[in-house]
Design a protein around this ligand. Structure first.
Ligand code: SF4
Length: 377
């Protein structure tokens, strides 16, 4: 049986954060009921399509899945296990936001086999949390974090953002040091991007956002690498760090350009060299499912060349880089035969480095990674 990852999108949040452009709606019981009903049906619709696959990872993401009543997560999980072949011990993650977890919810998650909790903290500075529109404080986070630990969650990711308005390298260092005290297994640290349609984009256009400059942003990134690596939380991807053995298996499926099925509004899938995207509109999503139609709005078959290119730049995100032998085994061609001139150019520019079996971004290459990826397009 072929391996696959499963993603389910829960597009509800208590309120929209000021920087967020994800598809998410504010909490509304009626909408949630209709959505979960549709999602359960979409799971059933894919049951036959996936009969040759074994699901190795399950990721319930959002939005804020932890705002759902736990019986809804229970129903979704039961439907997944009924519809698909699930490996014996899948990595099973749920995303959550501090302030939305309770003793009851966490116990139910644990009983359902959810073995990885991802918590959106972003910063340990309460002033910054308020300014970026988060619903929680540092105290809320700590209460939820220790509750999860006490209930027995042994694999916790904490999401952080740097380059935030009014944030200095000192603030960021404080956040990282607090994280280290928690002894968490996994950390994601992304630089803030100002996205279209967000509150921050409006403020940015009016010159009302006090953002760290490019140098300080890079400084914060390098600080994260230095502090986390030197404390045993090792960088394994441009923005992801973990203790040994705790890399996120689900996200590794994306970075290795392998198959995954995404269900729910705005979810994406990659199946048999074809990319699919579900509609971004929740009502359109619910209507399609009601009419027994897949809510897919784009279908993009990939040629062998596309697949090679995407594998190269996704793999280059990984610290260990792109496996030279892996590429040969997967595509039956040497990477140097396909991209020899580009590799030579990037090597000369000091953006990549090559050892006996891997091609990796250099420190400078990571800082300008988009420039490297574009080279392969
Ligand atoms: S909680 Fe996450 S998904 Fe929801 S609005 Fe904030 S950043 Fe977006």
């Amino acid at each position: 049986m072929k391996s696959i990852g499963l993603y389910l999108h829960i597009p509800f949040c208590i309120k929209k954060c000021n920087y967020c452009d994800f598809v998410s709606y504010s909490q509304n019981d009626e909408m949630i009921d209709s959505y979960v009903k549709a999602l359960l049906y979409e799971i059933k619709m894919y049951s036959d399509n996936l009969s040759d696959y074994k699901i190795e990872t399950i990721f319930i993401g959002g939005g804020t899945p932890s705002i759902l009543k736990p019986e809804k997560i229970d129903k979704i999980t039961n439907e997944i296990f009924k519809a698909f072949n699930i490996s014996e011990n899948p990595e099973f993650t749920i995303e959550s936001n501090p302030g939305t977890l309770t003793d009851e919810k966490l116990k139910i998650y644990k009983d359902l086999g959810i073995n990885r909790l991802s918590m959106g903290l972003q910063s340990f500075n309460d002033d910054i949390l308020r300014f970026i529109g988060r619903i929680h404080s540092k105290k809320d986070f700590l209460e939820n974090y220790y509750l999860a630990r006490n209930i027995g969650f042994k694999n916790i990711n904490v999401d952080l953002i740097y380059g935030l308005p009014n944030q200095t390298s000192c603030d960021w260092e404080e956040t990282l040091k607090e994280i280290l005290k928690l002894d968490t297994e996994h950390v994601s640290a992304y630089s803030l991007k100002i996205e279209e349609g967000t509150v921050f984009k409006g403020l940015f256009d009016q010159d009302k956002l006090n953002l760290p400059d490019e140098d300080e942003d890079r400084n914060m990134y390098h600080l994260a690498i230095e502090l986390l690596n030197s404390n045993g939380i090792n960088q394994y991807e441009i923005s992801n760090f973990s203790k040994p053995g705790y890399q996120c298996k689900h996200n590794l499926i994306y970075w290795n350009n392998k198959n995954y099925l995404g269900l729910g509004v705005s979810a994406h899938s990659y199946l048999n060299a074809c990319r699919y995207a579900n509609t971004n509109n929740i009502w359109e999503y619910i209507d399609s499912i009601k009419n027994n139609k897949y809510p897919v709005v784009t279908k993009e078959p990939k040629t062998k060349e596309d697949e090679m290119t995407e594998t190269v730049f996704l793999n280059l995100r990984l610290k260990e880089g792109l496996g030279i032998q892996y590429f040969k085994d997967r595509f039956n061609k040497s990477i140097f035969e396909v991209y020899g001139d580009k590799i030579e150019k990037l090597d000369k520019l000091g953006l990549i480095t090559i050892d006996h079996n891997h091609i990796m971004l250099t420190k400078y290459g990571v800082d300008v990674s988009n420039q490297v990826f574009v080279e392969f397009l």
